[in-house]
Design a protein around this ligand. Sequence first.
Ligand code: NAD
Ligand code: TYD
Length: 349
Amino acid sequence: MKKVLITGGAGFIGSHVVRLFVNKYPDYQITNLDALTYAGNLENLLDIAHAANYSFVKGDITDENFIDNLFSSQHFDAVIHLAAESHVDRSIMDPLSFVKTNILGTAVLLNAAKKHWHGESGKLFYHVSTDEVYGSLGETGFFTEETSYDPRSPYSASKASSDHLVNAYHHTYNLPVVISNCSNNYGSHQFPEKLLPLMINNIVNSKPLPVYGKGDNVRDWLWVEDHAKAIDVVFHTGKLGETYNIGGFNEWKNIDIVHLLCKIMDRKLGRAEGESAKLITYVKDRAGHDKRYAIDATKINQELGWTPSLQFEEGLEKTIDWYLDNSQWVEHITSGAYQQYYHDQYQAR
Ligand code: NAD
Ligand code: TYD
């Protein structure tokens, strides 16, 4: 029996990781700790909510006393840390909340692990991070684990900072840590402020599709369930103190992805071909917009044997089908705490 704390488990990637671990490891006790911010939604986990090996705790990772008490009462063997503020546009408008959650929150968790684990063996602090810490690429080249950190947005700077803290706790206190840095994820349950679910939702509702700048920025897309499987592999076989880059060698220009989405959705919605693409609206570019991300995932492939399972077009079809079948989920998550303000910023330009 292993007691695993997963932070941010009510969010997009976290809910896929929680589901995978709860179903695959019935002998693990999984605790999902989440503050349920605008991005956290327990509806993501209704299918496993009553599993015997699962429990949910509402709480904030920046609350030192709360985290200290949780570690002292629960005796966790491992932490998989995903809780974060995760959207670049929000970080441009409100950087301090990213500093607080992503940097301070990670430090609070690291400190609790250091204090309560007393250097015991068999423990693991797994920090889930992003390829955005490496900065922006030109036309060629890939991010490897050796690429120097060069974050450019408040989001990526806060994640880079948290990665440095994790490594610092390893080197200074010998805390058993592992880090993975993943490329852009797509799939079910992603909050519709990120590119793919936002575009899907707007196509369904015949609203403008806001493409930043010229739409020629490049992102490297990975199906979220493949990321969750990679996290499982790194968690169980990754070497302490190491970093693993996770990606699917799947680069797309934003405008090409939006056109592909429009084409698939015209077919699914019974619209004439070209109908949805008429909604494409070029808007003012994101401040400091990183040009290109591309992950070299050779290390995790060769050392740990992980490789993505799905081709992009197949994953995209599955993702679109999920959003079309779950319009209620979209309605719920975009009402209430969702701040329309952020969304409108980009629609209005
Ligand atoms: P998300 O925004 O969908 O979910 C984040 C979750 O963290 C939410 O459930 C939220 O309620 C919770 N949370 C936020 N602040 C908290 C706090 N102070 N205390 C406790 N819980 C809090 O994010 P995501 O896209 O699922 O990303 C998860 C992790 O993976 C993040 O660390 C992110 O940096 C990293 N990551 C994301 C991507 C991506 O493409 N989405 C790619 C690589 C890495
Ligand atoms: P996003 O999903 O926010 O992920 P990230 O910024 O972390 O890579 O954005 C993906 C790409 O899509 C990025 O280059 C910005 C662009 N984008 C748009 O063109 N329009 C949009 O409405 C959004 C949300 C993003």
